[in-house]
Design a protein around this ligand. Structure first.
Ligand code: HEM
Length: 430
C-alpha cells in the first residue's frame, strides 16, 4: 500500500533527475527500499531475515558462477575438477567453501524467516500471496540444493541421488518410467549429472524472479509487525531508510561473521566425510544421509514402514514428504484466528514451541540409524507434524481466547511492548 504520508522522491542531483525523467529507476528504489517506503516502527531483529536471505541468494549466485568456470560436469572428472578447484585455482578453496557453507547459511536464514512468519502470523490476510510465493521459493530452494549436492560426484552425491530418485519409482505404474526419465538412465550417471548441473545453474535465477514477486506482493499491504496490528497512522511508521537499512546492516554484519567463522574455522563441519570419496556405484555407504537441512523431511519420508490402504509404504513416504511442504500452501486458511501475532495468542504459542521441538526431533531422527526406537519416534513426530497443521491449528483458532490487542502500534510501543520477540514474550508472561 502506498501510505498517503510516504515521502515523495525529489532528485537532489541533476544527473539523477535526468535519469529519473527517462527511466524512473531511482524513484523505484527510493519507494521500495528507501526513505519513500514507510515501515512499522516496531520491527524487531527477526525482520532482518528477509534481507539476509536475499544476501545469501546473491552470494550463492556469485560464488556459483565462479565455481562453474572451473567445474566439469562429467561423471569421469567431476570429482577431480572439484579437487582441482580446491588445490589449483586461486582462492578456489574459499569460493567452494563459501558456496557449500553458503547453502547451509541460506537455508538456516530461510528457516528462521519462515518461523518468524509462523510466530507473527505474517501468512494471514492480506499477506497470503507473500507467503504462497515464499513456499514456492522454498520448494525451488530444496530442488536446487539437492541437485547441487550431487555435483561433486562423491559417495553421498551419488547415493543421495540414487535414493531420492528411487522414491519416484514408488508411483504406481509410471514410477520407474519417471525415474529413468529424470535420470536419463537406469542409475545416476553422466546424463543425470549434466541435467542436474544445468538445472542447478538455472533455478537460482528462477528463485530470484520469484523473490522479486515475493517482495512486490509484500509492498502492496506493507510489512506485518510484532503486534500483528496493521499500521493506522503516520506515527506507526518510520521510513525504511535510514532506520531499517541501519538495522538490517547489524544483521548483515553478524551473519557475515558467523559465515566467516564457518568458512575459515570449520568449513567441513556441516558436510559428510563420505563425500570426499569418489562416487562408486559398486559400494553402498553404510548410512546414506542428506544434508542437515533436509533431515526432518527425510525422517518423514522414512516414517512409513508398512503398506496401508493398498498404497505401498514407499509411496506413503513420498506423499507424506511432499505433503509436509505442500501443507504450508493451505496455512493461511487453516489458521482462522483473527489475531496474527503469537504474542497475543497464549495457546497457539505453546503449540508453536511444541512444533519447533517436533521438527528438531524429526531432524535428529532423519540422521539417526533406523533402530526400532528411532523408527517409532519418527512415526510419532511425523503424526504430530501433520496434526499440528490439520487438527491443532484449526481447533486452537476456534477455541482460543486471545489477549487484548493494543489499539495501535504506537500505543504498544509507548507501553514498552511494541517490538517484543518470542524470548521477551516468554519472560514477560512468567
Ligand atoms: C530466497 C528466499 C527468500 C527471500 C530472499 C525472501 C525475502 C524477503 C524479504 C526481503 C522480506 C521483507 C523483509 C522481512 O520481512 O524479513 C520478506 C518477507 C516475507 N517473507 Fe520472505 N523471502 C524468502 C523466502 C521466504 C519463504 C520460504 C517464506 C515462507 C514460506 C517467506 C515468507 C515471507 C513472509 C510471510 C513475509 C512477510 C513478513 C512480514 O511482513 O511480517 N519468505 N521476504
Amino acid at each position: 500500500m502506498s501510505f498517503p504520508w510516504a515521502k515523495q522522491y525529489e532528485p537532489k542531483h541533476p544527473l539523477m533527475k535526468w535519469v529519473d525523467d527517462r527511466l524512473p529507476l531511482p524513484r523505484f528504489v527510493y519507494n521500495a527500499v528507501g526513505a519513500g517506503y514507510p515501515v512499522p516502527r516496531n520491527l524487531n531483529y527477526f525482520w532482518n531475515f528477509g534481507v539476509l536471505a536475499g544476501m545469501f541468494l546473491a552470494l550463492q549466485i556469485v560464488t556459483g558462477i565462479v565455481l562453474a568456470m572451473h567445474y566439469a560436469a562429467n561423471a569421469g572428472i567431476a570429482f577431480d575438477s572439484v579437487e582441482h578447484i580446491m588445490r589449483d585455482v586461486n582462492a578456489g578453496w574459499f569460493i567452494r567453501y563459501a558456496h557449500a557453507n553458503g547453502a547451509s547459511m541460506f537455508l538456516l536464514v530461510v528457516y528462521i524467516h519462515i518461523a518468524r512468519g509462523l510466530w507473527y502470523g505474517s501468512y494471514k490476510a492480506p499477506r497470503e500471496m507473500v507467503w504462497l510465493l515464499g513456499v514456492v521459493i522454498f520448494l525451488l530452494m530444496m530442488a536446487t540444493a539437492f541437485m547441487g549436492y550431487v555435483l561433486p560426484w562423491g559417495q553421498m552425491s551419488f547415493w543421495g541421488a540414487q535414493v531420492i530418485t528411487g522414491f519416484f519409482s514408488a508411483i504406481p505404474g509410471v514410477g520407474e518410467t519417471i525415474r529413468v526419465w529424470l535420470l536419463g538412465g537406469f542409475a545416476p550417471d553422466n546424463s543425470a549429472l549434466n541435467r542436474f548441473f544445468s538445472l542447478h545453474y538455472l533455478l537460482p535465477f528462477v528463485i530470484l524472479g520469484v523473490v522479486i514477486l515475493h517482495i512486490w506482493a509484500l509492498h502492496i499491504p506493507g510489512s506485518n509487525n510484532p503486534t500483528g496490528v496493521e499500521v493506522k497512522s503516520e506515527q506507526d511508521t518510520v521510513p525504511f531508510h535510514p532506520y531499517y537499512t541501519a538495522k538490517d546492516g547489524v544483521g548483515v554484519g553478524v551473519a557475515l561473521l558467523i559465515f566467516a567463522a564457518l568458512i575459515f574455522y570449520a568449513p567441513n563441519l556441516l558436510g559428510h566425510p563420505d563425500n570426499y570419496i569418489p562416487a562408486n556405484p559398486l559400494s553402498t555407504p553404510a548410512h546414506i544421509v542428506p544434508e542437515w537441512y533436509f533431515l526432518p523431511f527425510y525422517a518423514i519420508l522414512k516414517a512409513f514402514t508398512f503398506d496401508f490402504l493398498w498404497i505401498p509404504a514407499k509411496l506413503w513416504g513420498v506423499l507424506a514428504m511432499f505433503g509436509s511442504i505442500l501443507l504450508l500452501f493451505f496455512l493461511p486458511w487453516l489458521d482462522t484466528s483473527p489475531v496474527r501475532s503469537a504474542n497475543y495468542r497464549p495457546t497457539y504459542r505453546i503449540f508453536l514451541w511444541i512444533l519447533l521441538v517436533d521438527v528438531l526431533v524429526l531432524g535428529y531422527i532423519g540422521g539417526a540409524a533406523p533402530t526400532p526406537a528411532v523408527i517409532l519416534i519418527g512415526q510419532i513426530a511425523t503424526i504430530y507434524y501433520f496434526a499440528h497443521f490439520l487438527l491443532i491449528l484449526p481447533i486452537v483458532s476456534m477455541m482460543e481466547r486471545p489477549r487484548p490487542l493494543p489499539n495501535s502500534i504506537t500505543e504498544a510501543v509507548l507501553a514498552g511492548k511494541g517490538g517484543t520477540s518470542p524470548a521477551q514474550t516468554a519472560l514477560a508472561t512468567e
